[in-house]
Design a binder for this molecule. Structure first.
Ligand SMILES: [Zn+2]
Length: 183
């Protein structure tokens, strides 16, 4: 019987790149979530959340990374690709990930309120859909939570200091709470 080999060292390596993308989001006042897609050990897509910049509620890091990866592969089928994302995917992204037939999804922190990779729903492994992804959770989760928490703490401080419009920091359901996110 074959035992699947999970190379945690390499998962952490690629998650670090996803975390770098998340920091780019924070630098643009976007909720800091980053994603990369890997094919045969090579990163073929990198993206960060750009909902505010693009004024597009679908511009989550995973969605942007999927489009890049499809372009890089010249195929919408990503069944030999693995997606790394700093936070558990939402239902929209999980649906897109299944449509693209991504082989494996590796994420940082869980989202027990809105996550669709086992946190609240598990769309990535729904028995009625025609593709199921392998899931690895909790890779560098504390780093993901740390970036999210400091982003929202800073946004609160800026609002308290009188900034009336702090982009990307309110009402989007991404703020980690102790109930909602497990590091
Ligand atoms: Zn999403």
């Amino acid at each position: 019987m074959d035992i699947p080999i999970i190379d945690l060292g390499s998962d952490e390596h690629f998650m670090r790149e996803a975390l770098r993308q998340a920091r780019k989001a924070a630098a643009q006042d976007e909720v800091p979530i980053g994603a990369v897609i890997v094919h045969e050990g090579r990163i073929i897509a990198r993206a960060w959340n750009q909902v505010e910049t693009l004024k597009d509620a679908t511009a989550h890091a995973e969605m942007l990374a999927l489009t890049q990866a499809e372009s890089a592969m010249d195929d919408w089928r990503l069944n030999e690709c693995d997606l790394y994302v700093t936070k558990e995917p939402c239902p929209m992204c999980a649906g897109a990930i299944v449509h693209c037939r991504v082989r494996r999804v590796i994420f940082g922190c869980e989202d027990v309120k809105g996550g669709a990779a086992g946190g609240f729903w598990n769309l990535l492994q729904a028995p009625n859909l025609n593709h199921r992804c392998e899931i690895t959770s909790g890779v560098l989760a504390a780093d993901s939570v740390g970036i999210l928490k400091s982003f929202f703490a800073e946004a609160r401080a800026r609002r308290a200091a009188g900034e009336t419009h702090v982009k990307g920091a309110r009402g989007d359901g991404h703020e980690p709470s102790n109930e909602g996110l497990n590091a």
